[in-house]
Design a protein around this ligand. Sequence first.
Ligand SMILES: Nc1ncnc2c1ncn2[C@@H]1O[C@H](COP(=O)(O)OP(=O)(O)O)[C@@H](O)[C@H]1O
Ligand SMILES: [Mg+2]
Length: 241
Amino acid sequence: MSEIIFIENLSYTYPDGTEALREVSLAVAEGERIGLVGPNGAGKSTLLLHLNGLLQGEGRIEVCGISVTDGRLDEVRLKVGLVFQDPDDQLFMPTVFDDVAFGPLNMDLARPEVERRVEQALSEVDMLYAVERCSHHLSFGERKRVCVATVLSMSPQVLALDEPTTNLDPRHRRQIIELLRQFELTTLVASHDLDAVLDLCDRVVLLDAGEVVADGPADGILTDRALLEAHSLELPLSRQS
Ligand SMILES: Nc1ncnc2c1ncn2[C@@H]1O[C@H](COP(=O)(O)OP(=O)(O)O)[C@@H](O)[C@H]1O
Ligand SMILES: [Mg+2]
């Protein structure tokens, strides 16, 4: 099996002393779509922030065979496209074009190639119509899709999304789920929207208090009422009768 992400005994404590991850180990095969679930404060966001070295804990992480450590972070960040929960953390340029072009321009690509990538990435998320608009004038759902485009324009190997469906109305929620289903990239989705995870993911990793408490097929873990309830979660709506 070719592992695209390899995490071994990862622990992380925030500077204020909060232990957010404890001895987390996880191997992800190329093309897998994994749902990271768990109650608030379980460590889902903290784990995603380690994938491209925004946080660095103790233990070992490799992405595409590259160790996520100082000195290799530029390489790693070309491989992992991280979509933050809050679009305002991702979009900071005057126009949608500038935000989506930011990564490719930093890769020193020629202008025509940058434009090609921006056009393709925005088309993939159905946002090309807004290329010249200001991100701040778009709806929340539109900004979420532009955020996905800002990472697609870098041609990542891994897509990591933090709560991609949060705060979306049903139509935009459905739209982003359908979009993510189309990609063939290795994907990690941190979410408390267990219905979305069930729709999107083959495999689920359940975290609680910074530890992996279950790891297996989505339709096993997300239908196990006792397990979910033991970790302050509920069955997905589609599985409640
Ligand atoms: N910047 C921070 N400083 C201190 N503690 C933090 C910070 N961010 C998160 N935490 C704590 O780390 C733990 C894991 O948080 P987080 O990764 O955000 O969980 P989740 O995404 O699963 O809700 C929680 O106890 C949370 O309060
Ligand atoms: Mg979170």
